[in-house]
Design a protein around this ligand. Structure first.
Ligand code: RIB
Ligand code: CA
Length: 333
């Protein structure tokens, strides 16, 4: 199978970093054309710097990083738009524990993002000029894609498929109704999901990504690589385990969901997802349920289907796939 061309859009971000690394290490399967950045986990200046650090860690300096939106399309309309998710805490040793450090624990980047071009413009020029259809992997708030699509809807003709991390049915994190990427920019999510009736759009929602995790055992295996990639991946896994234990305990202790990496594992092997349905999905914009993804799974629904909704993951398969790919770093030239 010919290499699939990918465009990433990230708010790096510990799990964005591992997702991007896994795609960059899958050189026989993917050609990463560029990585767009957006505000989300951290401000876009931080997510851009963090993405540049990951690109340098993998020695992929030829891949452009393109800075994107610093704010959601329609921000802070009312009180419900202020995130009330506890994003960091202090452990018994006084150590700050968070899902995403301000800066990833990697050397400051020497390379710079593309100059004088915004991610939304870059999407348009790259997609419209591409002979081959491109796959979009969107693992942060969807502001950049929404801007690009509203500006030049004809980009859809150049998109093979879109895979997003976002949403939830029985699982939430930002509020009792919403998942972070959607909550951060609900209008952009509404616009993005609307294209799912025209191009294949798959949603890795929390119900599936909470089952896409790594463990301390996986971190130990990564550390055995004795290289910077293995050490970084191990450190990020361990810090995410601590963050989940303290901030968002899930059904199992000592696990770190690597939400964004599930998008890449799915592209490599769709059987990592054990339940997926093509349904109609709406996004609530504003009000107390702001950012909620409303999944219409009524059998008699007449609503236009727009999203391949992923409900569950083969956790063991996910772990083995992600760690095995990161172990390829031993052969990185
Ligand atoms: O809700 C999890 C998502 O929000 C992940 O993409 C994480 O990186 C944050 O962006
Ligand atoms: Ca992310």
């Amino acid at each position: 199978m010919a290499k699939r061309k990918l465009i990433f859009d990230v708010d790096t971000g510990s799990d964005d970093a591992l997702a991007l690394m896994s795609a960059l290490l899958s050189e026989n399967e993917f050609e990463v054309l560029g990585v767009c950045t957006v505000s989300g986990n951290r401000d876009v200046d931080n997510t851009t710097e963090n993405t540049l650090r990951v690109i340098e860690l993998l020695h992929k300096e030829h891949i452009p990083v393109i800075k994107g939106a610093s704010r959601p399309l329609i921000a802070k309309l009312d009180y419900t738009r202020h995130i009330n998710q506890q994003l960091e805490t202090v452990d018994e040793n006084g150590e700050i524990i968070s899902y995403h450090a301000e800066y990833l624990p990697l050397p400051a980047a020497k390379i710079k993002p593309l100059e004088k071009v915004h991610a939304a413009s870059w999407y348009i020029q790259t997609l419209l000029n591409s002979e081959e259809k491109i796959t979009l992997v969107l693992t942060g708030p969807l502001t950049n894609f929404a801007l690009a699509y509203r500006t030049a809807p004809e980009i859809l003709d150049h998109i093979a498929e879109i895979v997003i991390m976002g949403g939830g049915k029985n699982q939430t994190n930002s509020t009792s109704a919403s998942e972070f990427n959607i909550f951060f920019d609900p209008e952009a999510a509404f616009i993005t999901l609307s294209v799912g009736s025209k191009v294949p759009l798959t949603m890795m929602m929390l119900d599936a990504t909470h089952q896409a995790y790594l463990t301390y055992e996986d971190a130990a295996r990564l550390r055995k690589l004795n290289n910077a990639i293995g050490e970084f991946a191990a450190v990020e896994t361990e810090s995410r385990i601590k963050a989940y234990n303290l901030l968002q305990p899930l059904g199992k202790k000592d696990i770190a969901p690597i939400h964004d990496a599930l998008c890449v594992m799915y592209l490599l092997d769709p059987t990592v997802i054990t339940k997926k349905e093509f349904l109609h999905v709406d996004v609530v914009c504003g009000g107390i349920a702001n950012g909620q993804t409303l999944i219409d799974n009524r059998r008699a629904s007449q609503a236009i289907k727009n999203v391949h909704v992923c409900y569950s993951t083969d956790s063991d398969k996910f772990r083995e796939m992600l760690v095995s790919i990161l172990e390829k770093s031993n052969y990185l030239h």
